[in-house]
Design a protein around this ligand. Structure first.
Ligand code: FMN
Length: 226
């Protein structure tokens, strides 16, 4: 698989096969991903990968708590700003519509929408979960570096025929995760990620999120025509 194919074939996979992944594969992906750049090469990431019994234990820990606290523990950082501009809000709304339409859940059916959201905390059936953390003291530049690492992991996963779903949803269970992962106080989780083999037959994997045309988000000046 070349880089073009890896980028084009990555999507947020939300239904996985239970087929396990060898530890050597996940180690290799994470080790290669550390080639991702970071400002000053400080490599601000801390990674926690879990599989097998650990995944099952985390799922079992959260399943009963989802009823108690449907919105989780509140999150220790804000994912979207208040008053997000209409242009961005509309894109978020549109992708949600596509997702729920693919599984035939009408917008008004809140319990069914919640059941789908709650599948985040089952890693959508994936056999491996990865959590990406960084120092609480770090600023926007290091948070951006972690984003680059996530994408590098996701593209390398494609090289093994694997699919991924980045999962900031886990941030809403930050207290439970901190205890479960034995995360030191000075670190904060940026995102989780489900990794596994896609269930290609699942309707939720059968659509792709749209993108704006190039002219909406990019300008080009000073180029000479070929
Ligand atoms: C950092 C990050 C966190 C995300 N968290 C979630 C999540 O918790 N659950 C989920 O279903 N999708 C999550 N997504 C997936 C986005 O919704 C998705 O990337 C976007 O809609 C574009 O679709 P695509 O990834 O299929 O191209 C996340 C994406 C990123 C980059």
């Amino acid at each position: 698989m070349d880089v073009f194919e890896a980028v084009a074939s990555r999507y947020s996979c939300r239904a996985f096969l239970p087929r396990p992944i060898p530890e050597t594969t996940i180690r290799d992906i994470i080790e290669r991903a550390s080639r991702a750049p970071s400002a000053g090469n400080i490599q601000p990431w801390r990674i926690y990968a879990i599989a097998g019994e650990r995944v099952e234990a985390l799922k079992a820990l959260l399943a009963p708590r989802m009823n108690e606290l449907p919105k989780g523990e509140g999150g220790d950082y804000r994912i979207f700003p208040d008053g997000i501009e209409e242009e961005y809000r509309a894109r978020r709304f549109a992708v949600g519509e596509l997702l729920y339409k693919s599984i035939e859940v009408p917008r008004a059916d809140k319990p069914a929408r919640y059941r789908q959201y709650a599948r985040n905390f089952q890693f959508f059936g994936a056999p491996v979960g990865i959590f990406f953390a960084l120092e609480k003291s770090f600023g926007v530049a290091q948070w951006a570096d972690i984003g680059g690492l996530l994408q590098t992991v996701m593209l390398l996963a494609r090289g093994y025929g694997l699919h991924t779903c980045p999962q900031q949803a886990w941030v809403s269970w930050h207290r439970t995760l901190r205890a479960f992962l034995d995360l030191p106080d000075h670190l904060i989780i940026y995102s989780g990620m489900a990794v596994g083999y896609a269930d290609e037959a699942a309707p939720i994997n059968g659509w792709r999120s749209p993108r704006e045309p190039l002219q909406v988000y990019a300008t080009f000046t000073g180029f000479t025509s070929e």
